[in-house]
Design a binder for this molecule. Sequence first.
Ligand SMILES: Nc1ncnc2c1ncn2[C@@H]1O[C@H](COP(=O)(O)OP(=O)(O)O)[C@@H](O)[C@H]1O
Ligand SMILES: [Mg+2]
Length: 232
Amino acid sequence: MLKLKNIHTFYGPIEALKGVDIEIRQGEIVCIIGNNGAGKSTTLMTISGILKPRSGTIDFAEERITGVPPYRIVRMGISQVPEGRRIFPKLTVKENLEMGAFPIRGDKKASLEFVYNLFPVLKDRHMQLGGTLSGGEQQMLAIGRALMSRPKLLLLDEPSLGLAPIIASKIFKTIREINREGVTVLLVEQNARAAMKLSGRGYVLENGRVALEGTSEDLLSDEQVRKAYLGE
Ligand SMILES: Nc1ncnc2c1ncn2[C@@H]1O[C@H](COP(=O)(O)OP(=O)(O)O)[C@@H](O)[C@H]1O
Ligand SMILES: [Mg+2]
């Protein structure tokens, strides 16, 4: 479904991705783990078209999307939940959700129903301002907003960041539910253990390169991973 081949992405002179290869099949949950600054967010932003790679190719559903503008990538079926949620605090919950449907022309009412079914709390609070929601609710809103374009592939950038463990596990449960609804998921997490429990496969990014990849089972039992990312 998605194939990154030898992706190099720069910020000015800084080479943040140094030849990244990633492949995702339809229906999977795949995670990317790695320390701060490893290039996880850069990878997601390169997929969603916010950053343009200097070289390498990205194919999505048999189409080359390298260099395609972000709004068109959303229309093709990729949607991103940014790190730090970035909801609009002065807009209502419903208005925030409607922003997510902006790039597409489909049935917004049906999308709204889909999101409200997944997150009943957002329906209850649809008139409340985004900024007055709790951290966990804001994360649900950010995920809900990304789902409004009815993506085939959802990119999630550290959805558990800054949340209490019980709220974080609720978010992880919802991600599994979204996947069961047929959405393929690429999940970036610093919480490596939780991410790999949720995913079938994972990639370890180190300093802009894929250092390791494998099934979550293999990664969880890898000595290097256990030492570096699971605190053992
Ligand atoms: N806007 C930017 N300008 C310059 N360098 C950046 C910028 N954003 C990220 N970087 C650098 O790119 C590298 C990868 O960053 P990032 O993808 O945000 O890592 P991660 O999400 O894994 O923490 C880091 O070395 C970071 O300092
Ligand atoms: Mg990041």
